[in-house]
Design a protein around this ligand. Structure first.
Ligand code: C5P
Length: 222
């Protein structure tokens, strides 16, 4: 069977990565979390204290930056200039700044190029905001996954607890809503459902049910 490309997009904390990981594992495909790449460059921008509002400064920073994703048992390891930043990129500090960095055209051009290279000629499940619309426009399966903002904040709260991040629920909800607004309103490749994407509301679905829905859709396309 020829491997296919599966694009999963949607707003923040909709469960995309958890579900994408399960789908990739079941199909024996590579899982690629593109948000991690935007988070990695944001971590470097914060560390180097560049002007986060500047497209040019962000572009220059990327030229001297190496971002590498490697599959791991838990899904994916993220390396920034050869250093493992898998945990560091999940901090609230990075989360609050990432949408500003991700809006820059020079950042997106480079990321999309890297993501297309990673997906080339193999079975992949890639999650992000612009995968179905820009990164893999001819993916065999596109899913746009969402859930109510309350439910998404609740899920992120639970996930954070396991990482010892104790941001209050209300703050998480406000941060998620703000990120969605910035990601949907930016000029370059905003968060959108691709016309040919299937909408999946996971508000009342368990993780296994949502993964099962996507696997069913994938099998129809194999
Ligand atoms: O998926 P995650 O929530 O980790 O993504 C972090 C941020 O990276 C998003 O809020 C968005 O600003 C950006 N992003 C993006 N395009 C993608 C993936 C993530 O702009 N394909």
């Amino acid at each position: 069977m020829k491997p296919i490309q599966i694009a999963i997009d949607g707003p923040a904390a909709a469960g995309k990565s958890t579900i994408a990981k399960i789908v990739a594992e079941k199909l024996g495909y590579v899982y690629i979390d593109t948000g991690a790449m935007y988070r990695a460059i944001t971590l470097k921008a914060l560390t180097e204290k560049i002007n986060l509002a500047s497209n040019e400064e962000a572009g220059k920073l990327l030229q001297k930056t190496e971002i590498d994703l490697q599959p791991s048992e838990d899904g994916q390891l993220v390396f920034l200039d050869k250093k493992d930043v898998t945990e560091a990129i999940r901090s609230q500090h990075v989360t609050k700044a990432v949408s500003q960095m991700a809006a820059h055209e020079l950042v997106r051009l480079r990321m999309v190029e890297l993501q297309q290279q990673l997906a080339e000629g193999r079975g992949v499940v890639m999650d992000g905001r612009d995968i179905g619309t820009h990164v893999l426009p001819s993916a065999a399966l596109k899913v746009f996954m969402s859930a109510s903002v309350e439910e998404r904040a609740r899920r992120r709260f639970e996930e954070n607890k396991n990482r010892d991040i104790l941001t209050p629920l209300e703050e998480l909800q406000a941060e998620i809503a703000m990120r969605d607004k910035m990601d949907s309103e930016r000029k370059v490749a905003p968060l959108r459902k691709a016309e040919d994407a299937i909408f999946l509301d996971t508000t009342n679905l368990t993780i296994d049910q949502a993964a099962g829905e996507i696997l069913k859709l994938a099998e129809e396309r194999l």
